[in-house]
Design a protein around this ligand. Structure first.
Ligand code: FAD
Length: 319
């Protein structure tokens, strides 16, 4: 109930105006957000890299309503790619297609995505397309397949284990060797299309992990470059220790090295676990969001864990 309420508030303009007016909201949100400027995000990434963690950078924004805004988001992503290269950071970019025009005009979104993917390729970098709510899944996957049809192989996509359709989508992507980031899913979806019970979402996460690992067995383990850069490998994006353990054990049973898969976590969540995995020899990548449009991202983080909401409320009354 609470999760559904917070997710619906994440889309409400009035709630956004109300919440972002409070200084205390930013104080709590900044636990999950690297800052409002590119410079702040780059500092965070430098520190992560120094601690053995890779990053994927997200310029916050979604559901842009006009071409100009989509153009600005595209330019911002190109600038991030430039800065990563200039500073020689171990980082790639994550992009929400609704930020670069998917909900305005698909042709515009395709043009913007092509600019980003093509620029990333010229810099030897990789683009991860986030998965958004179910109304955008078909269009997102179509654009990913379009990229591969055009010969762009430096792009991957997130797949959500709460959707019934995800095993079919995953198998098709694995066949084409499209790198996948597996997540549970952060939106509110109806039971007609998504598992309503957490245990089923978890079980499907493990099943999809099996599909991804089998894909590595068949395609072979990609090599890590001499300077330690991680090639696109299956990414398991979760803070759930049971899911992580399952993946580790399955990979071991299949005789895969630790570098055959990557764990990904969100900035500010389970830093202890992030470090533990690095120490154990696994590639770990942190999702680093930054920018001024942090409200919906922040609300989804509150929705995932009620304790975050109580932290927010208690800070509010302590002002
Ligand atoms: P859960 O079972 O929800 O949580 C397991 C444990 O993790 C909890 O017990 C708690 O200790 C900790 N935890 C989880 N969330 C929080 C939180 N907000 N604050 C504090 N502790 C927490 N979703 C999409 O729909 N599309 C995407 O493209 C997408 N990309 C993602 C990229 C990355 C790198 C990650 C890590 C997640 C992404 N997500 C995405 C979000 C994902 O779908 C889940 O909503 C989120 O990861 C929480 O689920 P969990 O797997 O950690 O498992």
């Amino acid at each position: 109930m609470l999760r559904a309420l917070l997710i619906s508030l994440s889309k409400a303009e009035w709630a956004k105006r109300l919440v972002t007016r409070w200084k205390v909201a930013w104080k709590v949100a900044s636990r999950f957000i690297a800052g409002e400027t590119l410079e702040e995000a780059m500092q965070v990434i430098q520190n992560l890299n120094a601690a053995g963690l890779n990053a994927t950078v997200d310029y916050l924004g979604e559901h842009t309503t006009d071409a100009e805004e989509a153009h600005r988001a595209t330019e911002a992503t190109l600038a991030i790619l430039e800065d990563i290269a200039r500073r020689n950071l171990h980082a790639n970019v994550s992009v929400k297609l609704s930020a670069i025009g998917l909900t305005v005009d698909r042709a515009l979104c395709r043009q913007n995505l092509e600019r980003i993917v093509s620029h990333a390729r010229s810099l030897g970098n990789f683009v991860r397309v986030d998965m958004e709510d179910s109304s955008l899944v078909d269009a997102t996957l179509d654009l990913i397949h379009w990229c591969y049809d055009q010969g762009y192989t430096n792009v991957g996509v997130a797949i959500q284990s709460y959707l019934y359709r995800s095993e079919r989508d995953t198998r098709r992507l694995v066949e084409r060797r499209v790198p996948i980031r597996l997540v549970k899913g952060a939106y509110k979806e109806p039971p007609e299309i998504a598992y309503p019970r957490k245990q089923d979402v978890d079980a499907n996460f493990d099943r999809l992990t099996d599909v991804l690992l089998q894909g590595v067995v068949e395609a072979g383990v990609p090599q890590i470059s001499a300077d330690g850069r991680i090639p696109p490998i299956p990414a398991l994006a979760t803070h759930d220790e049971a899911r992580i353990r399952y993946a580790q054990q399955r990979a071991e049973r299949l005789g895969l090295p630790k570098t055959a898969l990557e764990f990904q976590m969100l900035y500010g969540i389970r830093r202890d676990l992030q470090q533990e995995l690095v120490r154990a020899g696994y590639p770990v990548r942190i999702y680093v969001p930054f920018g001024t449009h942090w409200y919906p991202y922040f609300m989804r983080r509150l929705a995932e864990r009620p304790a975050n909401l109580w932290f927010f409320v208690s800070n509010f009354f302590r002002r």
